[in-house]
Design a protein around this ligand. Structure first.
Ligand code: GRF
Length: 193
């Protein structure tokens, strides 16, 4: 079966690119039917346009509450009738106004293992913990988003990323992102199957 994906982004969109590439080839039986960004200048929107996918900038309106925004966002996403909503570097917490519309269909990617470093700057915080000799590895996960918990929910896949003695933050970030691109596509493939 071929699944319809709406991808939500806030920035560079390298994970979006991995999904777009996988859909364009034979790797992933899916199509990205829309890319939506809360940031109007997100480079991921350019990636979507280059792939001939609708690229929608959808910023918060002046004075708008999170819940009102999420109600509008849910209506927009629903208009594309997606099978799954993929959060690929989406940097806003979603409320139940959005999540209740897409139960068991919102998939998030987080650059840390379950229960570790929720929220922003996860790789940086893992690297700092490594420097304090508290950890010797970090990881990545793909999980469902059932509720308003931050980077928390039924885990679909994880991968451990060792932190090497001569790693810099930049080299660790590079390895984490490479692993994310692979794991996100692999996990979507399994979910769709
Ligand atoms: C990724 O590390 C993702 O896990 C995190 O934000 C980053 C987005 O990168 N939530 P990109 O925009 O896909 O390049």
């Amino acid at each position: 079966m071929s699944a319809k994906l709406v991808v939500l982004i806030s920035g560079t969109g390298s994970n979006l690119q991995a999904v777009l590439d996988a859909c364009a080839g034979t790797v992933l039986p899916a199509s990205v039917v829309a890319v939506i960004s809360n940031k109007s200048d997100a480079y991921g929107l350019v990636r979507a346009k280059n792939a001939d996918v609708p690229a929608i900038a959808f910023p918060l309106a002046d004075g708008e509450s999170r819940r009102d925004y999420d109600t509008r966002l849910a209506a927009l996403v629903a208009s594309y009738e997606p099978d799954y909503v993929v959060l690929a570097g989406w940097m806003r917490l979603l409320t139940s106004n959005f999540l209740s519309v897409f139960q068991n269909r919102v998939i998030n990617l987080h650059p840390a293992l379950p229960g570790t470093f929720p929220g922003t700057h996860a790789i940086e915080r893992a690297y700092e913990a490594f420097q304090r000799r508290e950890i010797d590895h970090t990881g990545i996960m793909v999980h469902l988003v059932p509720d308003e918990g931050v980077d928390n929910g039924p885990v679909l896949a994880t991968e451990i990323i060792p932190i090497l003695p001569d790693d810099t933050l930049e080299s660790l970030e590079t390895r984490v992102h490479q692993a994310e691109h692979r794991l996100l596509v692999e996990t979507l493939k399994q979910v769709i199957r």
